[in-house]
Design a protein around this ligand. Structure first.
Ligand SMILES: NC(=O)c1ccc[n+]([C@@H]2O[C@H](COP(=O)([O-])OP(=O)(O)OC[C@H]3O[C@@H](n4cnc5c(N)ncnc54)[C@H](OP(=O)(O)O)[C@@H]3O)[C@@H](O)[C@H]2O)c1
Length: 246
């Protein structure tokens, strides 16, 4: 069964145009899907929508907080109403929050989990409710090195990413036999995007351009997962720069 190149794609966790979320949106738009970039900042979403439309694609912005059950449901309702229905959904929101556990406020820990894991559950559930009746669709989750390894000061973030990974594996076993492809992507390195350049420019400088994952290259991998024949599905894919030690 070939990739579905009609219908809509939802990407939850879209911010700066140099980030992974925006690159995924552009890629899916280029492939002919009607893209719904979703994040909390309307202006940033509008910028991504503008880029997709300028390239001849179709897109609609809907400001959405992944931790809001009502907002996530509204987003998926809108996306599924497009001709062809919902074909592809990605949960990409992650807050990479840092802090030592011994000094951490309970609210900080909970918020980290809420965005990363609970948000993933809401996105997964709403996607499943629309894909299962059709018996097709792709649901992808963005992981990180922290999905597999908890290292200070990322331990709270790691506990949330590990939980998201468990959610993805559980969904894959539940939805796969009913025709919905679930995938988890371990992004094992630094993304050459807005986050690193604005928060830690010295790290970006030290790694160099080919020491970080290029967002368009990651987006190629997500599209490959969506395009896989259902007799040979990948559940987990890990991606890292050639010179990353692991
Ligand atoms: N950056 C890295 O080096 C790196 C490395 C490995 C893995 N990852 C993973 O890759 C993914 C994307 O990372 P990225 O750095 O390239 O970021 P990005 O895709 O540029 O942006 C993700 C966007 O998610 C949005 N977001 C945050 N909280 C949200 C919420 N509650 N609801 C909806 N949207 C929310 C933010 O925009 P608003 O604030 O406007 O909502 C943020 O800009 C994340 O899952 C991250 O954990 C990143």
């Amino acid at each position: 069964m070939a990739a579905v190149t009609s219908g809509s794609a939802v990407v939850v966790g879209v911010g700066a145009r140099e980030g992974l979320g925006a690159a995924l949106c552009r890629r899916f738009g280029r492939e002919g899907l009607h893209v719904f970039p979703a994040g909390r900042t309307r202006e940033r979403l509008e910028a991504v929508v503008g880029e997709i439309r300028s390239a001849g694609g179709a897109a609609s912005a809907l400001a959405t907080d992944t931790t809001s059950e009502a907002e996530v449901a509204r987003l998926f309702e809108a996306a599924d109403a497009e001709a062809g229905g919902l074909a592809l959904a990605v949960h990409n929101a992650g807050n990479m929050r840092v802090g030592n556990l011994a000094e951490m406020e309970a609210g900080f820990f909970e918020e980290t989990w809420r965005t990363t894991c609970f948000g993933g559950f809401l996105v997964g559930r709403e996607a499943a409710r629309r894909m299962l009746p059709r018996g097709s669709g792709t649901l992808l989750f963005t992981g990180a090195t922290a999905s597999l390894r908890a290292r200070p000061p990322f331990a709270a973030f790691a506990s949330a990413k590990a939980a998201l990974r468990a959610l993805a594996f559980g969904l894959a076993r539940e939805l796969g036999p009913q025709g919905v492809h679930v995938g988890h992507v371990v992004v094992d390195g630094v993304i050459a995007g807005e986050q690193i350049r604005s928060r830690l420019p010295q790290v970006a400088e030290r790694l160099g351009e080919d020491g970080m994952l290029a967002t368009d290259a990651i987006a190629d991998a997500y599209w490959h997962l969506h395009a896989q024949d259902r007799t040979a599905w990948t559940l987990e894919l890990d991606l890292r720069p050639y010179k990353e030690s692991f």
